[in-house]
Design a protein around this ligand. Structure first.
Ligand code: UDP
Length: 241
């Protein structure tokens, strides 16, 4: 019996990705990103001023917040617990680092960008969807600032996207859904630039260990997925111009 994914995808296929831009009205940039059944609302808000440690440095800052909604998962979770959890803290720091990497902070000037990522529905890959969608919200917000004449050029160094890759029953699989994620022996999250340079790799053997050959295959799958995500990001942004 050939090996089958629960949703019938080939091992190296992404879930369908969709970006709904300008999903909300008041944030400078907003997008609802859907990766299969995972849905994350990403917004980018820009304010003048920077945290104290950057005052008078001439450079800007980007920070990120991540939260799952109480009903985003099968079992409801309290808002308080979600706020305090170590997982939330870890994920929002990853999103912040990833999106800061793509910014020219000097070019941004003394402004602070806040990326808010709120998970409406969690079917695995919420941190990677937050980064991929957060980048789109960020660009949208910067373009609006530029259109208003507040920026002469976009302070962007390169695009950024992220994807998960895991090993389930010995098979390397791209972009796990929840059913796969809970069974995964290995769980990796990869963040890359438009040139496919690496910004961050998180990799954990949930049981046992994995070897170098498997890691190489994981990175090959990540590159393939991220290339497709970068194309989808650019297509979604181009539609609004
Ligand atoms: N999950 C959950 N409750 C939690 C944490 C995670 O139901 O408290 C589910 C959710 O579907 C999530 C998945 O487990 O997307 C994988 O979680 P992980 O921490 O690996 O992060 P993610 O893959 O979402 O970045």
């Amino acid at each position: 019996m050939p090996w089958q994914r629960s949703d019938g995808r080939q091992p190296d296929r992404l879930r369908p990705i969709r970006f709904e831009l300008d999903f909300t009205r008041f944030a400078a940039g907003s997008v609802l990103v859907r990766c299969g059944e995972t849905q994350v609302l990403c917004t980018a808000s820009i304010e003048s001023g920077v945290p104290k440690f950057l005052q008078n440095s001439g450079q800007g800052w980007l920070t990120a917040e991540y939260r799952m909604l109480p009903s985003a998962t099968l079992q409801r979770k309290s808002r308080e617990l979600l706020k305090l959890s170590g997982r939330t803290q870890e994920i929002q720091r990853l999103i912040g680092r990833s999106l800061r990497a793509c910014l020219d902070l000097k070019g941004l000037g003394e402004r602070t960008i806040t990326i808010d990522t709120d998970v409406l529905q969690a079917d695995a890959g919420t941190r990677t969807a937050s980064i991929t969608g957060g980048y789109v919200a960020l660009v949208r917000a910067l373009e609006k600032l530029q259109n208003r004449g507040e920026l002469t050029q976009l302070p962007l160094r390169y695009p950024v996207a992220a994807v998960s890759v895991g090993i389930v029953d010995g098979e390397v699989l791209l972009d796990l859904n929840y059913e796969e994620d809970v069974r995964a022996e290995v769980d990796c999250n990869v963040v890359m630039t438009g040139n496919l340079d690496i910004i961050e790799v998180q990799g954990t053997a949930e049981s046992g260990s994995f070897n170098r050959a498997q890691l190489n295959r994981i990175m090959d799958f990540a590159e393939k997925g991220i290339k497709e995500l970068l194309t989808a990001q650019q297509a979604a942004l181009a539609e609004t111009r």
